[in-house]
Design a protein around this ligand. Structure first.
Ligand SMILES: [Zn+2]
Length: 296
């Protein structure tokens, strides 16, 4: 009908698609939570480093897909590979913080957390030459145990955090937390952009990282559409080691961790390309700025 063509501005059909956050957590194959009890931090420097080459492959993948993204990077990596940080920002991506050495937030005191985030930010800003305004907790470790963490981030002037997994999981999760963007600190503008979960019946299912690698890619697309239909942005993440089938194998890690870490590595890059072609993706700081405008 004719009147539908002069629909008021703001009606869903006339709007651009919602921009979703594409992100990658920059850490090496030995720095993941799954191997935390198998490989000691003190041994990291002596292991084969693959993070630089893998991150360059991620930059090339984003370039091929025409996507700008956020690189949540460990201070430990930024310190050792400052030129890589420069290549990330030179390519138009956002450099953001993933903490110094992947210590989960709930294992730190508030003062240790304050020092960890400040140290990491200084390293990344120095190397990347851009302000760092976003933070992602290692292993999504901001939850009901750490109400002070968001307060410290707000105090430090972060624009957003993307540190909560709103579901039940054996290693992490804040099950009754919102699936959508929210303001965690009263009176502060900072927002939390939780990682996207699919809601299937009354169950919440994880869709990023290893879950994306192991499960059909269509499940992640379904979750993105679900969140976008509710007029919110989705948040997706993966790791550079997930596109590296040649990485060394950790023989003495728990069987479940090994299964999760090494399955379908060779299919990952292709799945990512498909996912990037299906939705509108961008840097998390831009997604946060748009989401913030829509929040009270
Ligand atoms: Zn991580």
């Amino acid at each position: 009908m004719f009147h539908s063509r002069i629909a008021p501005q703001g009606e869903a059909s006339t709007e651009a698609p919602i921009l979703n956050a594409m992100s990658v957590d920059i850490e090496d194959w030995f720095q993941v939570g799954a191997f935390e009890n198998t490989i000691r931090r003190a041994d990291w420097d002596g292991l084969e480093h693959r993070v630089e080459a893998n991150t360059d492959a991620v930059i090339a993948l984003f370039d091929a897909c025409g996507v700008q993204a956020t690189f949540f990077t460990l201070g430990w990596v930024g310190e050792r590979y400052p030129k890589l940080m420069q290549r990330i920002t030179d390519a138009g991506h956002e450099l953001a913080s993933h903490g110094y050495d992947h210590r989960r937030v709930f294992t730190m005191t508030p003062d240790e957390f304050r020092a960890d985030t400040a140290r990491t930010r200084a390293i990344l800003e120095d190397a990347g030459g851009q302000p760092v305004t976003g933070y992602r907790a290692p292993s999504f470790s901001i939850d009901q145990r750490t109400p002070w963490a968001h307060e410290i981030l707000a105090e430090q002037g972060y624009a957003y955090s993307s540190s909560v997994a709103p579901l039940v999981h054996d290693h992490y999760g804040w099950p009754d937390s919102s699936r959508f963007a929210w303001r965690p600190v009263a009176g502060a503008g900072m927002i939390e952009l939780p990682v996207t979960v699919a809601e299937i019946g009354r169950k919440r299912v994880a869709t990023g990282g290893g879950f994306f690698r192991l499960l059909p890619g269509a499940l992640t697309s379904y979750a993105v559409r679900q969140v976008n239909d509710a007029t919110h942005p989705a948040v997706f993440y993966f790791h550079p080691w997930e596109i590296d089938p040649g990485q060394p194998r950790v023989a003495n890690a728990p069987v479940k961790s090994k299964l999760r870490h090494y399955t379908r590595l060779e299919a990952m890059a292709g799945k990512l390309r498909t996912l990037m072609g299906k939705h509108a993706w961008g840097r998390t700081d831009r997604v946060a700025a748009q989401a913030s405008l829509r929040l009270p």
